[in-house]
Design a protein around this ligand. Structure first.
Ligand SMILES: *Cc1c(COP(=O)(O)O)cnc(C)c1O
Length: 416
């Protein structure tokens, strides 16, 4: 079955009402047949619904569809993208361990890895995803994960997948790829050998800024790495389930443990209503991401030839530093562009003149968005710090929506 068909049909067996759309099971709990049935469910001897914190039938349809689209073996939905990233790290580490992270990551992933996880005794080291030569020298016996993004937010860096995966496989370390911006239609990291894929489903998957959500997808081959003694929690008894050993009981040990231990105890569960919004989003994702990408490439080319624009960053521009890797790994470039104007004042003036683009710190809406990092997300940084962080004061980021391309270019022309 091809992707667009999977996105519309997988995982839903029509119930006795024959409802065409997946029903929203807006419930916390489910009735047991009797105490024996309940005991079997709790002992994991039988599959079934127990309590929505660890599983829900509406959410399960979304999980099956996104797992199928990413060529994974299983998926787990979470309350947010950050929830998904936290669980995918927390599933692998113990106090004293470290992870290796791309130096071009979403801000929340950087603060999680370098600041918040410190209190659990977890440390992070940086590598360059475009040139991962030094990655190998950062690995030690306590390294448990390598985290990077398929198109980095906001730098738009495209990683050298083959080299990263090769080094990770040599040492048996789990790779985690955040595929939020590229989406499974832009690239399938699992096909390139990545073990775990995560998404902020708040972005292109839901597609219209209507819900915060996330998900984790497990590759069929992740288990091979989890079997080694680098990952003891998958090979030793879990006392909270009568001595269950995840690698012995499950073909999908990563998602099973994330659900049965992490979701049970940390509790960042997705609302079934939001899962339903994600199901609607997946129905049209293949059409939307193509349209976002086509609009974005046209706008990147328009900006490139405009005399007031200093430089334009979009992976599918031929002069871009990511172009070779974009051609090699990605089907299209997604909807995010950044470009530089002469000064802080020029950037502010540009933003204030836009009529269709909205000033918002978000990406991947169906509506076009603009951000000026120097006056918002990065306002505490000095002029020099801004340059070091790769966000000069005149930098503007656009998230290109699904409006008519002529209207968008007209809006940009006027503001420039
Ligand atoms: C937005 C985003 C996140 C965080 O997701 P939330 O759903 O907002 O928690 C993580 N990674 C990337 C690449 C993002 O763009």
């Amino acid at each position: 079955m091809k992707d667009a068909t999977k996105a519309l049909h997988i995982g839903y067996d029509k119930d006795n009402q024959k409802s065409m759309q997946v029903p929203i099971y807006m419930t916390t709990a489910y009735e047991y047949n009797n105490t024996d049935h309940a005991a079997k469910l709790f002992a994991l001897e039988e599959e079934g619904n127990i309590y929505t914190r660890i599983g829900n039938p509406t959410t399960r349809v979304f999980e099956k569809r996104i797992a199928a689209l990413e060529n994974g073996i299983d998926a787990l939905a979470t309350a947010s993208g950050m929830g998904a990233i936290f669980y995918s790290i927390a599933n692998l580490v113990n106090s004293g361990d470290n992870i290796i992270i791309s130096n071009k990551l979403y801000g929340g992933s950087i603060t999680l890895s370098t600041q918040t996880l410190k209190q659990f005794g977890i440390s992070a080291k940086y590598f360059d995803p475009a040139n991962p030569k030094k990655l190998e020298s950062l690995i030690d016996e306590n390294t448990k994960a390598i985290l990077f993004e398929s198109i980095a937010n906001p730098a738009l860096t495209v990683p050298e997948f083959d080299e990263i995966v090769k080094i990770a496989n040599t040492y048996g370390i789990i790779t985690i790829c955040d595929n939020t911006i590229a989406t499974p239609y832009g690239v399938k990291p699992i096909d390139l050998g990545v073990d775990i894929v995560v998404h902020s489903a708040s972005k292109y998957i839901v597609g219209n800024s209507s819900a915060i959500a996330g998900c984790i997808i497990e590759a069929p081959f992740a288990k091979e790495k989890l079997k080694t003694n680098r990952y003891p929690q998958f090979n030793e008894p879990d006392e909270s389930y009568h001595g269950l050993i995840y690698n012995e009981k499950f073909d999908n040990p990563f998602i099973s443990r994330a659900r049965l231990a992490l979701l049970r105890d940390y509790g960042a569960v997705l609302s079934p209503f939001n899962a339903w919004l994600l199901i609607l989003g997946l129905e049209t994702l293949h059409l939307r991401i193509k349209a976002h990408s086509e609009n974005a490439l046209k706008i990147a080319k328009f900006l490139l030839q405009h005399p007031n624009v200093k430089n334009v960053n979009y992976p599918f521009l031929e002069n871009n530093e990511n172009y070779k890797r974009a051609k090699k790994y990605l089907k299209f470039g997604s909807g995010i562009i950044s470009f530089e104007l002469d000064s802080y004042e020029k950037a502010k003036e540009f933003v204030s003149k836009l009529q269709i683009f909205s000033l918002v710190t978000n990406i991947a809406d169906s509506k076009s968005l603009v951000t000026h990092p120097a006056s918002t997300t990065h306002q505490q940084l000095s002029k020099e710090e801004l340059i070091n962080a790769g966000v000069p004061e005149g930098l503007v980021r656009l998230s290109i929506g699904l409006e008519d391309i002529e209207d968008l270019i007209e809006d940009l022309k006027r503001a420039l």
